[in-house]
Design a protein. Sequence first.
Length: 285
Amino acid sequence: MIPSRQFPKVSICIPTFNGEEFLEETISSIEKQNYSNIEVIFSDDQSTDNTLKLIQSFQNRSEIDIRVIEHQPNGIGSNWNNSVHYANGEFIKFLFQDDLLEANCISEMVNYYQNNERNNVGVVYCNKELIGETNQSQINLHQSTFDHYKNKTNKELLSSPSLYKKPRNKIAEPPCILIKRSVFDEIGYFNESLKQSLDYEFIYRVMTKFTVIPIDQKLVKFRIHSAQTSAQNNNTIIKDSYLAPLLLLKKHFRVLNYKTTALLIFKVISGTILFFIFKPFLNKA
């Protein structure tokens, strides 16, 4: 175990809701970390299964500072942000209730940040191993996306003509990133109006102020399954279809490729029409 006095505190933020199926594995991956100066913040959206019992068991057997924050359900962005508000660490390390950290994940990411600190780094992100209900085409797509963009500068990525082509998150999902806590003070939190696109909208916003750097190691196991929020959202017409393109246009217009600009304008118009046609049939987004 790496002595805690040598390294800054990392807050592992875990938004939860009825996560009993995989949560024990997730917790086990935290217990195996070789970096000791951590705290764990569970922000729970009023789970009705055994999620809280599993967390209580974790608290009872561990010396780690573990806190559970009850959160009034108000969308995933609100839950993500709530966990950050209660974090005391110099760094934020998101972990979702169904994903896993490799034992050296946090130590490698903190070390990589410290070695590059002079470059105004705000986010360090790693590669991932897909597990669960995945297939080779998904694995190949994620790997090729990581390989293609890992050496791009912020400007090169944001000006890419494929910026808004799928997968739209060209960097990484929240469990694969380590965020300097002060980044939230500078650029704000996750946009709670978004339901599906809030991760890449946030990371692209970070790129307007800070350097974002990759670690070419698979330090996270990212689970794909039909019950996860992103899979459910993919089957729903949500206001992200026009709001996410609109936010990208407003924030990054000057650096966007003209093809991306045209596509985003089209998405704003068509997404607005679709959303308001189907709005009466949707749950509150």
